[in-house]
Design a protein around this ligand. Structure first.
Ligand SMILES: Cc1cc2nc3c(=O)[nH]c(=O)nc-3n(C[C@H](O)[C@H](O)[C@H](O)COP(=O)(O)OP(=O)(O)OC[C@H]3O[C@@H](n4cnc5c(N)ncnc54)[C@H](O)[C@@H]3O)c2cc1C
Length: 327
């Protein structure tokens, strides 16, 4: 976006048309060319804990599957509490869909041997991609490594490399992990995870795109060259997102709160506002050259589908998409 400020008299002394014409000029995010290669997407789901949520998850997967994501990942509950459900979901993705599944795996509260066994089980059912994480202590509190466990995600990455030839993604924090000694330290630890054998980082969600872009600058300056894929969360429950952001050290800009003010009891309008806010975010990132996006779907497909469409992603059966892919 480009801004050019003209020097002008105090706005209040001007008639409306003069005021509009003397204000800042914003060119806006350029429209995409049809022939451009669409971005690569990945989608994150959480494992369902009852039949109704299971039905919702599979409806979500079926809706998003035609968009041909590079991979879809399934989270692992704090402390491994969803181990069986995560495994069942990932195994079903591998056997019943055309999607490439990625299993999240954390080290907290588990010995190295147990984690290696979980990873081997994944390999045996055809899962080749792991999102390797340290995890948090269930219910909060200071992190302590299992006496026999992997201490940090970088140790888990190295361990997984010994188990099998997995593709490995790791987590990154544009606003620094809340317990990091410093942002620079956090980037050093991110580099350690990539050097240990991960090939991509996925960021925590963020609302200020500038923060993410500056983070990329600092990663590059620290010698990182792997993609740091932005994690995008379409926020439709603002109050909940603000609470979660506060716990995770993610800044919530005032303008964002203002956009959702007064909509606490109006879920339909909130969804529309969310679509606009998220669309602006991804289109701005796309205009800045970012061509990979990871979506936190929260097992709800509609906003993600719409935003993917805006980014130029079409179902694989779409002739235009097929022509671009073949070119
Ligand atoms: C994309 C994404 C997906 C996630 N999925 C899940 C999930 O499925 N389940 C779940 O429970 N949680 C998940 N999380 C949350 C994650 O587990 C927590 O944020 C956790 O607190 C940190 O995990 P990490 O892998 O980033 O840890 P690490 O990379 O190990 O870092 C943890 C902290 O230790 C510091 N550190 C790292 N290495 C060292 C070192 N050698 N010496 C000193 N300090 C060090 C880091 O700076 C950081 O402050 C996810 C987060 C993201 C961004």
């Amino acid at each position: 976006m480009t801004h050019s400020h003209k020097s002008s008299p105090a706005p209040s002394s001007l008639a409306p048309l003069e005021r509009w014409l003397t204000g800042p000029r914003i060119r806006g995010v350029p429209a995409r060319d049809r022939a451009e290669t669409p971005p690569m997407l990945s989608f994150e789901f959480f494992p369902p804990k009852n039949d109704a949520l299971e039905t919702q998850l599979w409806a979500c997967i079926k809706r998003l599957e035609p968009l041909g994501p590079r991979f879809v990942s399934v989270t692992y509950g704090a402390g491994g509490t969803t181990q069986e459900r995560t495994h069942a979901t990932v195994a079903r993705l591998a056997s019943e869909t055309s999607l490439v599944p990625a299993a999240h795996l954390t080290c907290v509260g588990t010995s190295r041997g147990e984690i290696d066994d979980v990873a081997r089980r994944y390999w045996d059912v055809g899962v080749r991609h792991i999102v390797a994480l340290r995890g948090d202590v269930p219910g909060g509190g200071d992190y302590e490594a299992h006496p026999d466990g992997y201490r940090y995600a970088s140790d888990l990455v190295a361990g997984l490399r010994r188990v099998a030839d997995f593709e490995i993604s790791v987590a990154a924090y544009p606003e620094a992990h809340p317990t990091a000694a410093s942002p620079a330290d956090d980037i050093d630890h991110l580099k350690r995870k990539l050097d240990a054998g991960a090939t991509r980082a996925i960021t925590n969600f963020f609302f200020d795109s500038e923060t993410y872009l500056r983070f990329l600058d600092r990663c590059l300056a620290a010698g990182i060259s792997a993609p740091i894929v932005p994690g995008i969360m379409p926020v439709s429950n603002f109050a909940q997102a603000a609470r979660f952001s506060a716990m995770s050290g993610i800044a919530v800009p005032e303008w964002l709160g203002h956009m959702f003010d007064g909509l606490e009891n109006d879920a339909e309008t909130r969804r529309m506002v969310s679509a606009v806010v998220t669309a602006e975010q991804v289109r701005l990132l796309q205009a800045n050259g970012i061509d990979e996006f990871h979506f936190y779907t929260l097992n709800r497909p509609d906003l993600v589908y719409a935003i993917a469409h805006l980014l130029g992603v079409r179902p694989a059966s779409d002739p235009q998409q097929a022509a671009v892919a073949a070119a």
